[in-house]
Write a protein that binds this ligand. Structure first.
Ligand SMILES: C[S@@+](CC[C@H](N)C(=O)[O-])C[C@H]1O[C@@H](n2cnc3c(N)ncnc32)[C@H](O)[C@@H]1O
Length: 326
């Protein structure tokens, strides 16, 4: 049964389906570490400290995506508000500190706000702050890993769902995985008044891209290396920070930025029941960030079943914001 959204808002409700201390999380980490080309999924960058460090990254001068997206959203606020006027429920995918969604509250006036994030402790803090600032807003918070499924509980309103997926987080997936994620979002749009507002980073010079992922203050390096501390807790590995350095590079052929952790010497990493030997210079791939041409991303939206796509960009064409209807 679905609750009516005209009821006075109660305290935020939390639904936590992601639990880091499980066999499946350990299996996923172990599988990635034991592969010949070792990798750890970027979602593991986000424990509570990782989320704080990401917030700091958005403030460094080299990291253009956040401020460019914000400039686009501010410049085209009227058009965006007009196109999203049927929005009643704001579903914030990868909500982080919820600040970007909060900027939409004034014009959008959602009846319900649904932040979704894998960084559950950080999400709880962000939601507590929001509830104090907006005591009348109905908040349903989901501690969820949406990489496989996007499951909204029954007390999320079905009319006028606006999915908000900013920050070019969609770029963390390869295009075929991104298409699957967009299709999951499309499937969760239950009526014609629903849609998706999404930020997408664009192909540009490596002279701009690489510093954005390797800033002079080394905040991004700390963010990347913190993943090892997170994995030490989750899998009981014995990664030592001094053995690993941050590397960011542009893979032009795949149109993506990559982050790696590179072993500074020969290292054996141990955890209960197993170990993995890394040669000096061998790396663990920790993040991809695919960069799109606007027409290619519009085609992905179309393939996922969205229609009537609107597109806004900044004067330099560095970043794109799309709205697509269900
Ligand atoms: C690049 S940050 C963006 C944060 C914020 N939306 C912004 O644009 O500044 C990505 C966010 O998505 C969350 N996230 C990453 N992978 C996720 C997953 N598989 N399921 C749920 N949340 C995820 C992270 O915890 C983080 O808060």
């Amino acid at each position: 049964m679905h609750v009516t959204l005209d009821m006075p808002a109660a305290a935020p409700r939390y639904y936590q389906t992601f639990h880091p201390d499980t066999h499946s999380v350990r299996d996923e980490l172990e599988g990635g570490l034991c592969r010949r080309d070792a990798s750890i999924a970027p979602k593991f960058l986000y424990d509570a400290l990782g989320s704080c460090l990401f917030g700091a990254i958005t403030q460094v001068p080299e990291y253009y995506p956040t401020r460019t997206e914000q400039q686009i959203m501010a410049r085209y606020a009227d058009e965006i508000a007009q196109r999203t006027s049927q929005a009643r429920v704001l579903v914030d995918l990868g909500a982080g500190d919820c600040v970007k969604a909060e900027r939409l509250f004034g014009r959008l006036r959602p009846r319900q706000y649904v932040p979704v994030d894998i960084s559950t402790e950080y999400l709880r803090g962000a939601v507590a702050r929001l509830h104090t600032a907006y005591p009348d807003l109905d908040i349903v918070a989901l501690g969820q890993d949406f990489s496989q499924t996007l499951a909204l509980p029954d007390d999320v309103g079905t009319e006028g769902r606006l999915f908000f997926y900013p920050g070019s987080s969609i770029g963390n997936w390869a295009p075929e995985q991104a298409l699957a994620m967009l299709a999951r979002i499309r499937a969760a749009c239950m009526d014609d008044g629903s849609g998706l507002l999404i930020g997408v980073d664009r192909v540009k010079s490596p002279d701009v891209l690489v510093p954005a992922y390797d800033d002079a203050l080394q905040v991004t390096a700390a963010f990347n290396r913190n993943l090892l501390l997170h994995v030490n807790r989750l899998l009981r590995t014995d990664f030592a920070l001094d053995d690993w350095r941050h590397l960011a590079c542009f893979n032009a052929e795949a149109s993506r930025m990559e982050m790696h952790l590179v072993a500074t010497r020969a290292v054996t990493v141990n955890w209960p029941g197993r170990c993995r030997i890394f040669a000096s210079g061998e790396s663990i791939h920790t993040e991809c960030s695919y960069k799109y041409q606007p027409q290619d991303f519009a085609a992905l939206l179309d393939a996922a079943g969205f229609s009537d796509v609107a597109h806004w960009t900044d004067p330099e064409g560095w970043f794109s914001v799309f709205h697509a209807r269900a």
